[in-house]
Design a protein around this ligand. Structure first.
Ligand SMILES: [Zn+2]
Length: 73
């Protein structure tokens, strides 16, 4: 297992803000399994999704929310 130092979100290419340790914000978040379908397979488990993508994805899958907002990551 080599060191992976990708700090870019594979979806939006912005900094994902992941610190890769227990203080990272992603430890407190739940990632819907389907969000990883948005990530190219070669990047899965290598690059973390950023919080804004996670938030907009969660917004997009909210069944009760029908305001049809464009989720522009
Ligand atoms: Zn992102």
């Amino acid at each position: 297992m080599g060191q992976v130092n990708n700090v870019k979100c594979p979806i939006c290419q912005n900094n994902n803000g992941c610190t890769k340790d227990s203080s990272c914000w992603c430890n407190d978040e739940s990632f819907p399994r389907d969000i990883f379908k948005l990530v190219p397979s070669e990047y899965q488990r290598k690059m973390c999704i950023c919080k804004s993508c996670l938030d907009s994805y969660k917004e997009s899958i909210k069944p009760s929310d029908k305001n049809n907002r464009h989720s522009d990551c």
